[in-house]
Structures are given as C-alpha cells and as structure tokens.
Design a protein around this ligand. Structure first.
Ligand code: NAD
Length: 655
C-alpha cells in the first residue's frame, strides 16, 4: 500500500481523489499541490466538510474522522512531494501543462515513485512521452464524485511495467474501488461512451429539445445527458475530447458546434420527464441506442476493454440502467440491426460491428478468472450486489469448472469474492417472489439453484472457498460445499433466512451437520437465531481451515490448500447423523428481531428429518421441500414483501 501520496491539482476532482485515499487508508500521508492557494484552501475545507458529513451520517467514528484529517497538507511548492511514493496528477486537461508538471515531478521524486495521471482523454503515450522513467507511469482515470464513485480506469500503457498495472489494480481493489483495465487510446473506454452519448444528444437538438432528449434518455440512464452536462459543466470537455477523437479517428466524432455557445441546458431533473410525441421519441431513442451499440462494438472489436468491464463501468461510473452489451443481448437481433443500419445512414462513419452480433455476447459477465500456478481462481464480481448469486452467475461458475476440471494442467479451483466487503451476500431474491404460495415451484427453484453445489459434491479436483468478507445465506451455502474453506480474519458467516420468513434451502439445514457434527449446536444457533459465525470461531470449530491476515495472503493460502488437496479431499458424509436437541427459545434472532414461530417450526422439522435421511441426496431433497413449504407461509410473504419495501418484517401479525 502507498504511504505518502501527492495529488497535483486541487480543482473539481483532485481533492475527491485525495479524500477517497485518506478514508480508505487513514494512515496515509497526503500532500495536495496546486498553483493556487485559494484552490488548496478550498480543497482542505472540502475535506473537513466531507468528514463532518460522514460523522453525522455514522459512516465514520470520531477516531476515523480525526485520522482522515491528520497528515493532510496543501502546498504551492512542488518540493513538498519529494518523499512521495505515488503522485497522482489531476491538473487542468492540457497536454503541454501536464508534460511540464511531470518534468517538475520527476525532478523531485525517487526513480521508483509511481506517477499516474487522471487525464480523461489524453493517451498515456502522449502525456508521458518526455518522462525519463516511463515504467512507473500510467493513467488512472477516476470518475466524479471520485470519493464515492468506485470506477477507475487503469490504462495499459505500453511503456508501463506490467507489475505497475497489477499493483494499481490491487491497491484499488483493496481500497473499495472497481479498477477497469483499458487500452491506451484517446478517451480510453468509458469516456468514449459518455462523450459520444452527449455529443449525439446535442446532434439531435435539430429534432427535439434538451428536455425531450433527456426524457427519452431516462429509459436508459438515471440522469439524461444534458442534465449531467449542466452538473459537470461539461460542454467544454465534450468539445475538447470529441475534437481529439475527430482529429484521430474521423470527422464523425467532431463535436456539435452548439457546445461552444451554450452554458446551461434547459432540461428536466432525473425522475421528471416531458411528454415526447411518439415518432420523435422513437427517432431519438434509435439514435441514442445506435450510438451506444456502435461505441460498444468498436470498444470490443478494438479490445479497448472487456465486455464485462464495459457494462459494469457504464452502470457504475456513468449511471446507465443496463450496459450496452446487456442492451444488445436483451433486444431482438433484427432490432439491433435496424438501429445500427439507421445510425449508419444518419451518421455515416460511426463504427459498425465487425462480427456477428451474437459473437459480442460470449463472455463471463459476473466472474473473473485468474490462473495461479495451475489453480483457477474464480472471483465472483457483482460489486453492486455484494457478489450475490443469481442464475447467470451460478451458470458461469459451473461452466468454468466444467471447462477446466478435466484439464490436466489445472490442479483445482479457488472461489473468492471481489472487493473488501463480501465473499457473497447470498442469493438474489430474484424470481422468488413469484413462487410465494407455490410449493412445487419453490422446491424446484431450490433444486435448480443447487446445480453448482451438487456438482461440487461429486468433483474429483479440489475447490477451496476463500472468504474475503461476509458469506451470507446462499453465499455460505456455496462455501460449505467447497472442499476446504480459508478466510481472512475479518470474515464472518451468517444464515439470515429465517429473518426473511424463509429457510436456507440449498444445503445449510443439511451439510453443516454431516460435515462438522461437533459444531452442530453452533449451526443450530446460526439457523434458528441468525447468529454470526466469525472467522476465528469458525477456525476453532474446524469449519475454516486457516486464517489470513489480508486478502493478498488469503489467495496464496487458498492456492496452497488446493495444492495440498490435489491428491484427494474429504466428502460430505452420506450416512445419517445424530443431532443435539433444539433447546427451547423465544422466537427471536440474536439481534433481538422477532421471528416467525411457523418458519422456525418448519426449520427444526427439516433439520431433524434431514439428519435422519439415509443419504446426503435424500437429506438435501428434504431441504428443498422444506423451502417449498416455507414459501407457502404468510411469514414468507411478509418477509419478502418487507425486504422489497426496505422495512422490518412484522412476523407477530402473521405467526
Ligand atoms: P479543474 O479545472 O477543476 O482543476 C484543475 C486544477 O489544476 C486547478 O485548481 C488549477 O489551479 C490546477 N493547476 C493548473 N496548473 C497547475 C500546475 N502547474 N500545478 C498544479 N496545479 C495546477 O479540473 P478538474 O475537473 O479537477 O480536472 C482535473 C483533471 O482530471 C483533468 O485532466 C480532467 O480531464 C480530469 N478528470 C476530471 C473529472 C471531473 O469530473 N472533474 C473526471 C475525470 C477526469
């Protein structure tokens, strides 16, 4: 982790980058440099303001807030950066200026200090052309508001050491960011979408008003292009960035002239819309969708970024409701073709697909795969949902395992979660509400959701769960079917289903008792009272095999565990198992929440019956059926409804 970072440029985004770093790494020393003392003063008071708000909202305690404000200094003197191990430049978007700044920086910092630029459009090859030691430099492109927006593009600059990109990814990932690695082209990946989306909106002003265009755009984004341009004072930026794209890649990117003469657009706020006549709305929608599809296929054909990153980045950084590749997937092929053909006619020169449209859709959307010494590390990546499982993700994991399990070069697998908070926060509520009151459908749903877990039970090659944070409900049910578990010291497990009025139907009422019979009373408390199981306690019970200090140590530990199990791993016992009795208790969770006695009775019956079942398969079936039963209770309806309405369920009323 960096120890002393300098941010150069205390304008709109520089201080926000600094604040993100200080809140993630409170021990860090931060130096903010600007040529304007007024900008520095404003940056420091912004820090104080953010910290006050975080305190007031309970997002930080007094001690954390004090640490964030400590070791932050501002200066107009570049000598203050001499001891920095990372310099992030976020000064005015101007090539000559940035080069001059890098010369100032390089004259002062150590040769191994990392230098990155927050430019939104200028390729690294150009801004670092005059740097003497290029291997330590690249672009790290943040998105506003940088203290909160998780996306950050990390550019694969050809002169940068590959270890630098890997290090940056690692630092960002471990400080709560979402690094997206992209090629070194003008505007990188996401601004190609954003700039051209805004430019196209301006080009449409001969057909519709800004308010009408934003209203149509609201089908696709949370805030329309003109609203965002007003907010970000973005008109000059689009002029700048689209001129760069036009000069490099063709006249079709030339920015609309109107950007030069308008300061603020007359438009509607997010959530509001004006009526747009149907034909006009269709024309605007076609063009906006057309530009999204055109930019997406261009990004993918030129491998500027991966399709998973593109969609995730569009949703996370730019506020799209679905990424362009997901839009392409979800519309009929003929409709996508029609939209692209219309764009080609109206906006000649715009990129068109170089392959069959279906070829853009073959990729893993929700998991990352790395190879470490012959071990496939599968990382669940749904940061917007704390890596919660759903059908698509389950299928991707299963397909990956099937692809590699017969490969002699692969020893086994690690499954871990993306980011610092969660291994997996459970299973998405997903289709479940439609199964309320339908016993057979709900039981079948849990059978279907178990397809990956049943496959794990039968595997020869080892799969190790590496818990990097919370493992809740279905997430813990996945981990307990892996052949070994390792965890960071901060990780914890919980089975909160009864607090939703349902049961953990894909193994938790069965597997722990057959696998760790000595920990049975702990699992009773987890199932009946939603008690948390912390990593250290899980280690003492033998549920977890080893603990790691942090996430980098965790993966090494998990890989070593796979290798140790290469010649065989234990199986979940098939035979019935004896259970300790359920002690009488009030229908309350460990946190004091009232639970449904009906749900608890179903749970206890299923656990007892499953323990006596002659085989594991028969025991699991009892779990699926019990889940089906729970779906037909008033408690499940209340629990799921309350969850959707973000309120506490009232089980007292339903029993
Ligand atoms: P800004 O104009 O608000 O701030 C730039 C700051 O740089 C000013 O305070 C200025 O005094 C300072 N500066 C100018 N010359 C300097 C020098 N020689 N040494 C030190 N400081 C100097 O710009 P901004 O919006 O904060 O953008 C900064 C950079 O980040 C740009 O490259 C921009 O493209 C990029 N970026 C901005 C955003 C955003 O949302 N604002 C998003 C992504 C990337």
């Amino acid at each position: 982790m960096p120890r002393h970072v300098a941010v150069i440029g205390a304008g709109a985004i520089g201080p926000d980058i600094g604040y993100y770093l200080k809140s993630a790494l409170p021990e860090l020393k931060l130096t903010i440099i600007d040529i304007s003392q007024a900008a520095i003063d404003a940056a420091l008071s912004r820090f104080a303001d953010y910290t006050r708000k975080a305190l007031a909202k309970g997002k930080m305690n007094q001690q954390q807030a004090a640490a964030v404000m400590l070791q932050v200094q501002g200066s107009t003197d570049y000598d203050a950066i001499k001891a920095c191990d990372w310099v992030i430049e976020a000064a005015t978007e101007n090539l000559t200026l940035k080069r001059r700044i890098f010369a100032e920086v390089e004259a002062r910092v150590a040769v191994d200090a990392v230098i990155t630029s927050n430019t939104s459009s200028l390729p690294a090859e150009r801004i670092f052309a005059e740097l003497r030691h290029k291997a330590r430099a690249t672009v790290t492109h943040f998105f506003a508001p940088a203290w909160r927006n998780p996306a950050v593009e990390v550019i694969e600059y050809s002169a940068a050491a590959p270890e630098l990109v890997a290090w940056l990814r690692w630092v960002f990932c471990n400080t709560g960011k979402l690094p997206l690695v992209t090629k070194d082209v003008p505007c990188f990946m996401l601004d190609r979408i954003f700039d051209n989306w805004c430019n196209e909106a301006a080009m449409l002003l001969d057909q519709a008003s800004a308010a009408e265009i934003d209203s149509v755009a609201s089908e696709l984004v949370h805030a329309g292009p003109f609203f965002v341009l007003n907010l970000a004072r973005g008109n000059p930026i689009i002029t700048e960035t689209n001129t760069l794209q036009a000069d490099e890649e063709g006249e079709h990117y030339r920015p609309a002239l109107i950007f030069r003469s308008v300061d603020q657009w007359l438009t509607v706020a997010p959530g509001k819309r004006v009526e747009v006549p149907a034909a006009k709305a269709a024309a605007v929608r076609d063009r906006l969708l057309g530009i999204l599809l055109s930019q997406a296929v261009d990004i993918l054909d030129r491998t500027i970024g991966t399709p998973a990153d593109l969609d995730l980045g569009c949703c996370t950084a730019l506020g799209f409701k679905a990424g362009p590749v997901a839009l392409l997937r979800d519309m009929p092929n003929t409709e996508a073709q029609r939209i692209l053909e219309r764009l080609a006619l109206e906006r000649p020169g715009m990129p068109m697909p170089q392959r069959e449209l279906s070829a853009y859709l073959r990729f893993e959307r929700h998991v990352l795969v790395d190879d470490l010494d012959g071990v496939k590390v599968i990382t669940l990546r749904r940061p917007e949902a704390l890596n919660a499982l759903h059908d698509e993700m389950t299928d991707e994991i299963l397909a990956l395992i099937r692809r590699y399990e017969d490969d002699p070069a692969v020893t086994g697998f690690v499954i871990t979660g993306y980011g610092t908070k969660a291994f997996c926060a459970g299973a998405d509520i997903g289709r479940f509400p439609s199964m309320l009151d339908n016993r057979d459908a709900a039981a079948q749903y849990s059978r279907d959701c178990s397809r990956l877990l049943v496959h794990l039970d039968a595997m020869q090659k080892p799969v190790v769960a590496a818990l990097n944070g919370m493992a809740l409900g279905g997430g813990f049910e996945l981990a307990m079917r892996c052949h070994a578990l390792v965890a960071t010291e901060q990780s914890w497990m919980q089975l909160p289903e009864v607090s939703l009025g349902i049961l953990p139907g894909i193994g938790a009422m069965v597997v722990p008792y057959r696998r760790w019979p000595l920990a049975a009373s702990t699992f009773h408390a987890m199932l009946r009272r939603c008690e948390k199981l912390k990593a250290r306690q899980a280690l003492s019970l033998g549920v977890v095999d080893a603990l790691a200090k942090d996430s980098s140590e965790l993966i090494a530990l998990a890989v070593a565990r796979v290798q140790a199990l290469a010649h065989g791993h234990g199986r979940i016992a098939d035979a019935p198992v004896a259970l300790p009795a359920f002690e009488p208790m009030a229908a309350k969770s460990a946190s004091g929440m009232a639970l449904s006695p009906t749900t608890l009775a179903l749970l206890e019956r299923a656990v007892q019956q499953a323990a006596q079942a002659p085989t594991l398969a028969a025991a699991l079936e009892i779990g699926y059926l019990a889940f089906g039963d729970s779906a037909c209770t008033a408690a499940a309806r209340e629990g799921i409804t309350a969850f959707g309405e973000r309120r506490a369920p009232d089980f007292a009323a339903v029993g």
